[in-house]
Design a protein around this ligand. Structure first.
Ligand code: SAM
Length: 217
């Protein structure tokens, strides 16, 4: 295995994130606090700080660092918001969000990934994350409304349930489009409805579920 100095590799990654438009120093600092090599298989340690998505098993990926940083920046977190995350995956994005939030609720529909992320983040000492194995396209009504919702899988349309569970004044960041390519969309909920903006083109794995894609589609 190639030798990895996580500190050096992480600073190189942070430089790349800056170059890709991530300007919020708090977010760049969060990347220093969450060692990405602990979220990938040992065989991939050497690539852990490359700005790439990497496989985490079950056909899923840990998201590209630039995308994790961009989505976090777009959410505009201050410190005390209640956040819902759909698509826990490895738990890396969850750990980044957990630096900025009072409480984060995260849902993953692959049981083994949910269990592994829960174990990993508990061992790392996170106390403000609540995990669930289930269909995140339906949100998590029990704890709604949320000030922020981040969806880390691609939806064909914005799930109605997630719109309902976003509080007035709240924001959702979600990739919407077809299975090959999506638009990263920011929805701000106002008294009058939803205001929509696009943050560019992205490629995510599909959001599978009742208000997402069906497996066979
Ligand atoms: N951000 C994560 C990370 O840092 O590791 C990676 C997320 S990965 C790109 C998307 C995840 O969404 C996958 O783990 C996938 O199983 C999950 N997913 C897909 N459909 C889902 C659904 N309906 N509910 C919850 N999770 C879902």
């Amino acid at each position: 295995m190639e030798f990895l100095n996580p500190h050096v590799a992480c600073e190189k990654l942070i430089k790349a994130l800056r170059g890709n438009g991530i300007s919020d120093e708090r977010i760049l600092d969060a990347f220093r606090k969450v060692p990405r090599h602990l979220f990938v298989d040992g065989a991939m340690y050497a690539q852990a700080y490359d700005d790439n998505a990497l496989p985490i098993g079950f056909g899923q990926t840990i998201s590209q660092p630039t995308i994790v940083a961009l989505m976090t920046q777009l959410l505009g977190l201050r410190k005390d918001e209640k956040v819902l995350e759909i698509g826990t995956g490895s738990g890396f994005q969850t750990a980044i969000l957990a630096q900025f939030t009072r409480r984060i609720y995260t849902i993953e529909n692959i049981g083994d990934l949910s269990v592994a992320a829960r174990r990993r983040l508990r061992e790392m000492g996170y106390q403000n994350i609540v995990f669930r194995h289930g269909d995140g396209s339906l949100g998590w009504a029990q704890h709604a409304p949320y000030a922020r919702i981040l969806v880390a899988a691609a939806a064909p349309v914005v799930p109605e349930a997630l719109c309902e569970q976003l509080e007035v004044g709240g924001r959702m960041v979600i990739p919407v489009g077809d299975r090959k390519q999506q638009e990263l969309v920011i929805y701000d909920r106002t008294e009058k409805g939803f205001e929509k903006r696009s943050a560019g083109t992205v490629v995510f794995v599909p959001l599978l579920g009742k208000q997402g894609w069906q497996k066979e589609e």
